[in-house]
Design a protein around this ligand. Sequence first.
Ligand code: P5A
Length: 483
Amino acid sequence: MVKDMVKEKSEKLPPKENFSEWYHEVIEKAEIVDVRYPVKGLYVYFPFGYKIRRYVYQKLRDLLDREYDEVYFPALIPESELAKEGEHIKGFENEVYWITHGGRSPLDIKLALRPTSETAMYPLFKLWVRSHADLPLRTYQIVNTFRYETKHTRPLIRMREITSFKEAHTVQATYDDAEEQVLSANKLYKEFYDFLALPYLVIRRPEWDKFPGAVYSIAFDTVMPDGRTLQIGTSHHLGDNFARTFDIKYEKMDGEHEYAHQTCHGISDRCISALISIHGDDLGLVLPFEVAPVQIVIIPVLYKGEEEKIMELVNKLKEKLSDYRVIVDDSDERPGAKYYKWELKGAALRIEIGPREVQEGKVVVSFRNERKKFSVPADDVDKKIEEFAAEMKKQMYESALEKMRAFIKYFDDTDRLEEWVGRGVGLIHLCNSEECGEQIEEEAKGSVLGNFEEIPDWIDVEPVGECIVCGRKGYLTAVAKPY
Ligand code: P5A
């Protein structure tokens, strides 16, 4: 069922060129989230938006369930645990919401609303991990987390309550085992984002911007339609830092005890924001078939005297397509108004059926992304759906990649870099010292995202060159204005 929740909607969407305005309008008009909740940074999912969230997260769950066990840990963390890992608490102290009272009574120990769950989980991991036979331990949970963000909050992008924080936490025996786990997490993220037809860059964050408590952090960044980047996932190698703090040890074959090694990785509601932003167009949402709440909309084009025959074919087709999420829009609205509505909502395939189609035994199909119409024998449509879905996704990915590529340019002088950063991503060679990094960030008024973990084959720049600041050996580095 797809009900209209926002009653008074203004006419058309602004063009996507005005990205910020477009984004705010599309999430309201297409009914993704309601921004009217009276607490800053907290948002409400509409039923329609929640469906998208569900289909997207179902995929993530399916991927995780292959190798991880789902768990649930409480939302409240005692201050004594949260504060144990020095770097970690330093990184989060300005973002934590504290619970200090139960009713009127002050609590003995303040409780933090989880900003992330390392310090909730790892005291228990200490109890769960005894010997090498317990390893690897791979867990995940999809929960809400809270961060008192001081930067500009934005729906699905920077939230104070992240509603669907997918966090995976693992324990391995050795540093190398944990490193393999990081690579395996990256592989999982690739599969997830390929499924959503979203292109990404895999970048190792610089030392000064890694996750608090990590040895290193790898991020997936994508480029939004205004040229700013969005970090859409991270995986962190935690070394034995947390294991030492929380005393997570395992007994080896020879009876000795060693500290374990750990990783964690996370994806948030941002994956939905990227999905909407990158694929959407001036008319509204464009969604891959698998995650579209309405996968197929059938629009009967009724002519006087022919209604019965047309509806007969419509119903036959609906029946044939019952494996999919199909809506027949036989409302009284004009066809133009129906097209507008279903384009806005990102119905993936549209099938039109009028008298001519009945006569010829054919139907007119169009993909939401390119909106080209073509004719298919009515009897074959059901057999073609998977093929259509795959073709549409391929087109969506290619178009998104082309747009992302246009945002990425190499620079060997800082003046031109400065002009570009914010409108797109600048590639430079950088020696990775914090000093040169800081200088570039200041001059370019952006952030050093880091070195490429993998250089995509379409980037035709040498991986090593002269540092743009000091001339020493430099590595291919991305600089951008992130959300
Ligand atoms: C990994 C999971 C962690 O918290 N602990 C468990 C690790 N990493 S992270 O980089 O801090 O966050 C993971 C991803 O969450 C997204 N994110 C947010 N999304 C929406 N609103 C926010 N306020 C917010 N903060 C972080 C980012 O995509 C990040 O990569």
